[in-house]
Write a protein that binds this ligand. Structure first.
Ligand code: HEC
Ligand code: HEC
Ligand code: HEC
Length: 421
């Protein structure tokens, strides 16, 4: 009894202090609301950052990431090939379909018989008749080894340059390519990436029968009122969140001068909770995720409208754009290789989305994983998947990237939690 009593009187005192401060502020300068208290020291996610369990454990530290450059430069000259290439075409046919080597060539190319039931993609040209296209062996070898020697803008990974395939393996694949002389034949229209229909999301993401992620909204609402051991809840100071935060999440992320970085909803939750309720709801904890879903959900229907005009926001957006163009990881992809140049194509069985439409439904429910992903976890997967080391979720680079992405999605209405495969 005594402990409860003490806790509630502490709340009452703070409420009075808070009310006075806010009222005073609004009388003096109605246009400049008091900035929200934030824990300004320390990290908003676990350090050292530890990759999620179940994700590939490869160490990709020697390649470029969104935070550092490290990958070798593109070759200046093609490797000289003397005499015809005589590899093992049967081995080559297996190698082009080997998904353990960065997704296989079929991820992007139809390749005659090797296409089969592999759901080939169409980011690259159909190579079913490359064997009669009059290509020199040296050209084929170097295109596979490191295509940048012929095309600085290529999206094809430097298979040889980054050591994914050995010299002998590349020769085997070239030998196979040289056997390809007749148009691809597909068993079903689905096997042909040019006929495969683009996926259309028909499920109603705001129907809790269709989207199990709606459960996170209820959890978030519960958590809003749950008092910490210090006796505070979000509700202590914000007792009408539905009215107060009707648009807030649609204005995030934003440049935060006190931290010198772009702050997203999830990092805000971690730092504001620590400063007000004492809760340690670091990014990517269950509590942080459900509160992020809840705060976004409150702003559903509000069009995304972020600060793109202030000088620091403009600079952050420019940095974010540059990051989407940076080649990273062993497979040497930039975000724009997949979501720009190759958008609206198939990479293997996966449809590549454009950057507009990629943001308004986050955090989103992943039906294939039975989990809610926030935008930072999605960023992380799009790096680990191309064999690049991800950054901790509160990395300033992700802030820049997120603000740039939000700016491209301005005007789209929030609809959270989304639902995705
Ligand atoms: C991420 C997609 C992607 C993957 C994966 C990929 N390619 Fe390519 N490839 C392309 C694109 C796009 C082109 C068209 C030219 C360019 O953009 O450089 C191309 C061009 C080529 C060419 C030159 C064709 C010509 O007309 O001369 C060859 C040969 C080739 N790819 C072989 C391969 C092989 C072998 C693999 C697997 C080891 C592979 N590609 C994997 C995207 C890809
Ligand atoms: C001790 C009081 C207090 C508690 C507890 C508290 N907040 Fe706040 N919060 C504030 C103040 C003060 C502001 C800034 C003035 C305003 O916007 O109302 C604020 C602002 C906010 C904003 C708007 C921020 C912005 O950039 O405009 C959000 C969202 C928010 N709080 C969420 C939460 C959440 C989630 C919790 C629970 C983890 C919480 N608050 C707990 C005092 C508190
Ligand atoms: C090798 C191709 C590839 C690269 C490179 C890549 N992505 Fe993706 N990305 C995908 C695929 C495949 C999906 C899942 C299908 C889809 O929605 O596009 C996806 C999904 C996403 C989504 C969620 C889309 C949605 O509607 O839910 C976001 C956001 C995203 N990527 C951001 C990025 C960012 C940022 C980068 C650069 C750091 C990046 N991606 C690099 C292939 C890629």
């Amino acid at each position: 009894m005594r402990a409860v009593h003490l806790a509630s009187s502490a709340v009452a005192v703070t409420l009075v202090v808070g009310a006075v401060a806010i009222a005073g502020g609004s009388v003096a300068r109605a246009q400049t609301p008091k900035p929200a208290p934030l824990e300004l020291t320390g990290d908003a996610s676990v350090r050292p950052w530890k990759r999620y369990s179940g994700w590939p454990a490869r160490d990709e530290s020697k390649w470029s990431t969104l935070a550092k450059l490290g990958s070798p430069a593109a070759p200046k000259e093609p490797i000289k090939i003397t005499g015809p290439i005589t590899g093992d075409a049967a081995k080559g046919e297996k190698l082009v379909a080997d998904r353990t080597r960065g997704g296989s060539c079929l991820a992007c190319h139809v390749m005659g018989p090797a296409g089969g039931a592999n759901l080939p993609g169409n980011v690259g040209p159909d190579l079913s008749e490359i064997g009669s296209a009059g290509r020199e062996d040296e050209w084929l070898y170097n295109y596979v080894y490191d295509a940048r020697v012929y095309n600085a803008e290529t999206v094809m990974p430097p298979w040889g340059g980054h050591g994914v395939f050995s010299d002998g393996e590349i020769r085997d694949m070239v030998a196979f390519l040289k056997t390809l002389k007749s148009p691809a034949r597909f068993k079903t229209a689905l096997d042909d990436p040019n006929k495969r229909p683009a996926p259309v999301e028909k499920r109603d993401n705001l129907d809790s029968l269709e989207n199990p992620g709606m459960w996170a909204v209820d959890k978030g609402e519960e958590l809003w009122k749950k008092r910490t051991s210090e006796g505070f809840s979000c509700n202590t100071c914000h007792s009408d969140p539905k009215a107060r935060f009707k648009t807030w999440a649609s204005t995030m992320p934003k440049w935060e001068p006190r931290l010198g970085k772009v702050l997203g909803v999830e990092e805000f939750i971690a730092r504001h909770a620590a400063a007000t309720t004492g809760a340690k709801w670091l990014m990517e904890t269950d509590e942080n995720r459900v509160l992020s879903v809840y705060l976004h959900n409150l702003a559903n229907g509000a069009p995304i409208k972020v600060d793109t005009d202030s000088a620091p926001a403009k600079a952050a957006i420019a940095r974010g754009k540059a990051l989407t163009e940076r080649k990273i990881g062993e497979l040497n992809f930039a975000c724009t290789d997949c979501h720009g140049k190759s958008a609206n194509h198939w990479i293997r069985g996966q449809w590549l989305a454009e950057m507009k439409g990629m943001y308004d439904h986050f955090p989103t429910w992943r039906t294939s994983l039975l989990a809610v992903w926030d935008i930072r976890q999605r960023f992380q997967w799009c790096q680990v998947n191309i064999r690049a080391d991800e950054l901790p979720p509160d990395a300033p680079e992700y802030g820049d990237l997120e603000l740039y992405l939000a700016s491209l999605n301005e005007g789209l209405k929030l609809s959270v939690p989304g639902i995705r495969h």
